[in-house]
Design a protein around this ligand. Structure first.
Ligand code: C2E
Ligand code: CA
Ligand code: CA
Length: 634
């Protein structure tokens, strides 16, 4: 069939056009260039039909029409490759606008060849193989196409460009098809194949890079994903217009997940996304697990947003009951504090996950203080990272007093960062959550556990009358499938009996993590390890959980004890008494934390609390000091 190749190419391009223009697209420069590219490709293929027709029906159509058909065909080919080059160039660029020289270099080939298309000569060759056109017009376009193809390859070969390996391979494949066709065409000038190469290239780019679905959230309707958010941020920053990033972050997602399931978070975010889109008239992005953001250009849209706050979003469950959830709105003025889009994205991340601490009345205006906090947290993260790799942690031990034995029978192992120079002393209350968020808690936990086992074995702690050591296990560690095996291997390595280890798990983790944690606990308990529920009284105080999950010990948080010694302490006393009474009736032993003076110690002893821990007895101390302490006491 004469037009076989063109028909196939046309079918491919039309299918891409239909899929592409049906879904909503991102208002990005690169997306616009891709749209131009596919539209020009469509025109090019039609023009190829036209040119082919005039060649084979020259006597009917005449020279004039044939020249026009060729101008259209060659000109559109020239333009489409120019657009494709610009597309790849923009996608792989990190710096801002083009300089004059860069600009001239980029448009020179297309300008020269378009002049040739308009005014250049075209010749026709007729022989037994067929008819084809050649001459200066076709030649200059050939050169222009080669220039831009080299340009594309150079962009792809640049280091640190934004393309993933997969997308790069796709475009390289397109270029290869392109080159193969050109060579074939060179030796078989009577066969027109360029449309096929163009269609295949469009297909490769569409599938790997420009499929609009790549930019959309899978879980949420009409909401773009984090990748799209970063691209949009980069482009808005580059354009230099004033803009604001307004985000709504849902807080307490842990509790929501536990009570209503993960689905509830998705449903809430969907509501938030719809609300924000209605209010601002711009597309919304899921900028974090728990947050939806919009990028508002100009002060106007932003003022409109503020005038309509406070946001009123309601979420109803399947039965129509209104579910209360808490959130805060953050507003970040683009370019005010940081220049790059990357840093802006970093601040949005920080604000989404930790901003609730700084929000007032549900609003947070990002200011220098927040940026400083973010930088500090980043520095802490780097320090923890370094400590994980360079043995930068130390374990301190805080003695625990047994009221029955009237002596010290155990200790809690507490991690410390050795480096107190770089950022000063950092409390584990700050760096442990940082390690949890940045995925380093598993390693940190293993390091601590290893140090504890080594310390126990090297000093034969049992010889000093010590019965067990308490080790803190983060909620994240607690649900790690490998936890039992890892801990078992470590205890075996040092010859520490599992019964010498008591693992502390916070009340919050015990309630939130549910089944997976319980599975790990069962395995570890079978080995001989025992468990303490840490920080009792600070979380949900889910009493049925306390009874269900078998903890050998419960550690009363200092917030239950301390108010008993303040003014107006009657209620606090009732709560403390009730808790102690309940736990004892359940047959679980009690450790009271934060015992700072003799009055507190005597009160707790009179209530029959089994163990006491606090500054009154000793602060957490390094291993050697702990040994001295215990030696002196026994
Ligand atoms: P926690 O598990 O509740 O540990 C008890 C904290 O209370 C320790 O703080 C301890 O130094 C402090 N403390 C003990 N007695 C008193 C007292 O009488 N008065 C006052 N004001 N404080 C007292 P530290 O060592 O700063 O640890 C803070 C938190 O960091 C711990 O709270 C625990 O949640 C976490 N943490 C510490 N070490 C580790 C660890 O190795 N792994 C994990 N996952 N978390 C750890
Ligand atoms: Ca603890
Ligand atoms: Ca505690």
């Amino acid at each position: 069939m004469e037009y076989g190749v063109q028909i196939v190419s046309l079918a491919v391009i039309v299918s891409i056009l239909v899929c592409y223009f049906q879904s909503s697209r991102m208002p990005l420069m690169s997306t616009k260039l891709f749209s131009l590219f596919v539209c020009t490709a469509f025109i090019n293929i039609l023009a190829e039909f036209f040119a082919l027709y005039t060649l084979t029906h020259m006597n009917k159509t005449g020279m004039g029409l044939s020249r026009f058909a060729h101008q259209l065909f060659i000109g559109s080919l020239d333009c489409l490759i120019f657009f494709l080059f610009l597309y790849v160039d923009i996608k792989t660029r990190t710096q801002e606008r083009y300089s004059k020289v860069q600009y001239i270099k980029r448009v020179l080939p297309v300008t020269v060849s378009m002049i040739m298309v308009l005014f250049g000569n075209i010749q026709y060759h007729v022989d037994s193989d067929g008819i084809y056109s050649y001459g200066p017009m076709a030649m200059t376009v050939y050169i222009s196409v080669i220039c831009y193809t080299i340009g594309i390859v150079r962009c792809l070969a640049k280091k640190n460009n934004n393309f993933s390996g997969k997308s790069k391979i796709s475009i390289y494949c397109g270029v290869l098809v392109w080159a193969g066709t050109a060579i074939f065409q060179f030796f078989n000038p009577e066969k027109l194949l360029s449309s096929l190469a163009v269609a295949l290239m469009a297909q490769f780019v569409y599938i790997s890079l420009e499929n609009p679905r790549e930019y959309f959230e899978h879980e949420l309707r009409n909401t773009k994903n984090r990748h799209a958010f970063e691209l949009m941020l980069a482009e808005t920053t580059e354009r230099g217009v004033p803009f604001y990033v307004v985000s709504v972050a849902v807080t307490d997602t842990g509790a929501l997940k536990e009570v209503f399931g993960y689905k509830s978070i998705v449903m809430i975010l969907q509501k938030v996304s719809e609300y924000m889109e209605r209010l601002t008239g711009t597309g919304t992005f899921r900028s974090g697990e728990n947050a939806i953001s919009v990028i508002i250009e100009g002060k106007e849209g932003y003022t409109k947003f503020l005038n309509n706050s406070p946001v009123c979003i309601e979420y109803k469950d399947d039965e129509g009951a209104v579910i209360d959830f808490s959130y805060f709105v953050s507003i970040l003025e683009g370019k005010k504090y940081v220049a790059s889009a990357e840093e802006t994205a970093g601040i949005v991340n920080f604000v989404n996950s930790e901003g609730s601490r700084y929000a007032k009345d549900g609003m947070l205006y990002v200011n220098e203080e927040i940026i400083r906090q973010k930088d500090y947290m980043l520095a802490v993260e780097q320090l923890v990272h370094k400590a994980v790799n360079e043995d930068g942690f130390e374990v301190y031990y805080q003695p625990i007093y047994s009221t029955e034995n009237k002596n010290f029978v155990s200790a809690e192992a507490l991690v410390r960062l050795k480096d107190t120079q770089t950022l000063g002393y950092i409390s584990p209350e700050i760096f442990v959550p940082v390690a949890e968020r940045s995925g380093m808690i598993g390693e940190l936990g293993n390091i601590v556990f290893d140090k504890v086992c080594r310390f126990v074995a090297a000093n034969k702690l049992w010889e000093y009358g010590i019965e067990y050591i308490e080790v803190n296990i983060s909620g994240i560690q607690g649900v790690d499938e490998n936890l039992p095996a890892t801990l078992a291997a470590c205890m075996r390595k040092y010859g520490v009996k599992p019964s010498f280890i008591n693992l502390e798990i916070t009340e919050t983790a015990a309630v939130e993590e549910g089944k997976r944690l319980e599975k790990n606990m069962t395995k570890l308990r079978t080995m001989g390890c025992r468990f303490s529920m840490d920080d009792f009284g600070t979380g949900y105080s889910n009493f049925s959980k306390v009874a269900d999950t078998k903890f050998e010990l419960i550690k009363l948080d200092k917030s239950l004890l301390w108010p008993c010694f303040g003014n107006d302490n009657a209620n606090a006393m009732v709560i403390l008494n009730t808790c102690i009474d309940m736990i004892k009736r359940l047959g679980i032993s009690i450790v009271a934390e934060g015992v700072e003076n003799i009055e507190q110690a005597e009160l707790l002893m009179s209530k029959g609390v089994d163990y006491l821990q606090g500054y009154y007895y000793s602060k957490p101390v390094p291993g050697e000091q702990y040994i001295e302490f215990v030696k002196a006491a026994h």
